[in-house]
Design a protein around this ligand. Structure first.
Ligand code: ADP
Ligand code: MG
Length: 378
């Protein structure tokens, strides 16, 4: 049974009738452009074929009641009285409701069931998929248009102000606005987007190391602080505004850590723009080399890989038919992404799985994914 049928059936069992609305909201994988979003830079993610599915109907009493097939406790709260109670996944739902109310939306309540095949905490952004599903649910029952950019901002606010994760806006932008068959170049300063076609006859592999990050780890916030320090040194609001030439002219004045962190962000922004050019030219080899360079920069300069990410990226890069591979997402665990020849994808996945298992003593999860469309009712 696919997830759509599954979520409809789960809804019917709970509520005894068909849902009025069914929502699909995808996870994402970032091809290139890591730790650039909060530096007002460029990212190039795609929405994946794994998603949060939510089936629901409106409620007239101003409450939200949601069950997750993946969580024991339901989320149950009154829209206008919601409190932050640190109760796990409920906070994403309450947070979105609060951000929408604070932004002036007139909300109707709803009740429903959700299920998902986006793995949690692996860097494929199950939280953004959930937030955008919740935003879409409120749009459906409260009769306002789902604006993918506004909703992405509210999702980021939910993470930052309600959940307490100091994340950028990439995840919500791509989940809400993804386009089937395309990656999206997103300028995280003005939130403009351009669809960029994936090279012909290539496939995207997601390689989950099965090691996990946590956004409350200090590492993530430390990286952000280093970037802010570097931007202040150059007299700009964000590292987006520092060119490689400007950086090199004054790099020697920076301490070693700040210099490395800034160099990653500045070179990564250039790599994203080069990646777009290579994709527009259908040049998978160049795109792959840029992905490899991105991994090296994240490992050596930004220092957000772990041994398992380095290992799985190295193994993927070494396979015949692999154009390039890199860690993806925030780092410190989670997934790598590889661009491979489509007809070799299954073979490469099998080879990397076996080699990684013997090197790391962990069984990786490897998915061949396709670029899907963003959050929508179906
Ligand atoms: P990720 O990298 O997957 O976004 P996060 O830690 O940012 O990891 O978000 C994961 C959290 O999102 C989970 O702990 C849970 O609170 C919520 N979440 C994700 N998927 C689901 C789901 N299917 N049902 C309920 N909550 C979910
Ligand atoms: Mg998340």
């Amino acid at each position: 049974m696919n997830l759509k049928e599954h979520v409809i059936e789960a809804f019917e069992q709970r509520f005894g009738e068909r849902p009025s609305t069914i929502i699909r909201s995808p996870g994402r994988v970032n091809l290139i452009g890591e730790h650039t979003d909060y530096n007002d830079g460029f990212v190039l993610p795609l929405a994946i074929d794994r998603a949060v599915w939510l089936a629901l109907r409106p409620r007239e009493d101003g409450r939200v009641l949601a069950y997750s097939q993946e969580q024991p406790e339901p989320t149950d709260f009154a829209l206008r009285e919601s409190q932050h109670t640190n109760s796990g996944w409920a906070e994403y739902v309450k947070g979105m409701a609060r951000m929408l109310l604070d932004a002036g939306y007139d909300l109707t309540g709803w009740e429903g069931v959700l299920t998902s095949d986006v793995p949690v905490g692996s860097g494929l952004s199950s939280s953004a998929a959930l937030e955008m599903a919740v935003g879409r649910a409120f749009a459906a029952v409260s009769n306002f248009p789902f604006d993918g950019i506004k909703m992405a901002r509210l999702g980021q606010q939910t993470e930052n102000e309600w959940v307490g994760a100091n994340t950028g806006i990439m995840d919500q932008m791509i989940s809400a606005n993804g386009r089937a068959g395309f990656a999206l170049l997103i300028d995280c300063r003005d939130l403009t987007m351009a669809p960029i076609p994936l090279p012909q006859e290539t496939a995207v592999l997601i390689l989950d190391t099965m090691t996990r990050h946590s956004h409350t780890d200090s590492g993530y916030n430390e990286r952000r602080e280093s970037c802010e320090r570097a931007a202040a040194f150059f007299g700009v609001s964000h590292l987006r505004d520092v060119s490689l030439a400007q950086f090199e002219a004054r790099a020697a004045e920076l301490d070693d850590i700040t210099r490395r962190r800034a160099r990653h962000v500045i070179t990564e922004n250039d790599r994203v723009l080069a990646a777009v050019q290579s994709m527009q030219a259908g040049d998978a080899a160049t795109l792959g080399r840029l992905m490899n360079a991105s991994h090296a920069s994240l490992r050596d300069d930004f220092a957000v890989t772990n041994a398992q990410l380095d290992e799985i990226a190295r193994l993927a890069q070494a396979q015949p038919g692999c154009f390039g591979a890199r860690m993806t997402g925030g780092g410190f665990g989670g997934c790598a992404v590889a661009l491979v020849e489509a007809e070799m994808a299954a073979e490469i996945a099998t080879a990397v799985a076996a080699q990684y298992q013997s090197a790391a003593s962990l069984i990786p999860h490897i998915y061949i994914t396709t670029a899907s469309s963003g959050t929508a009712t179906l």
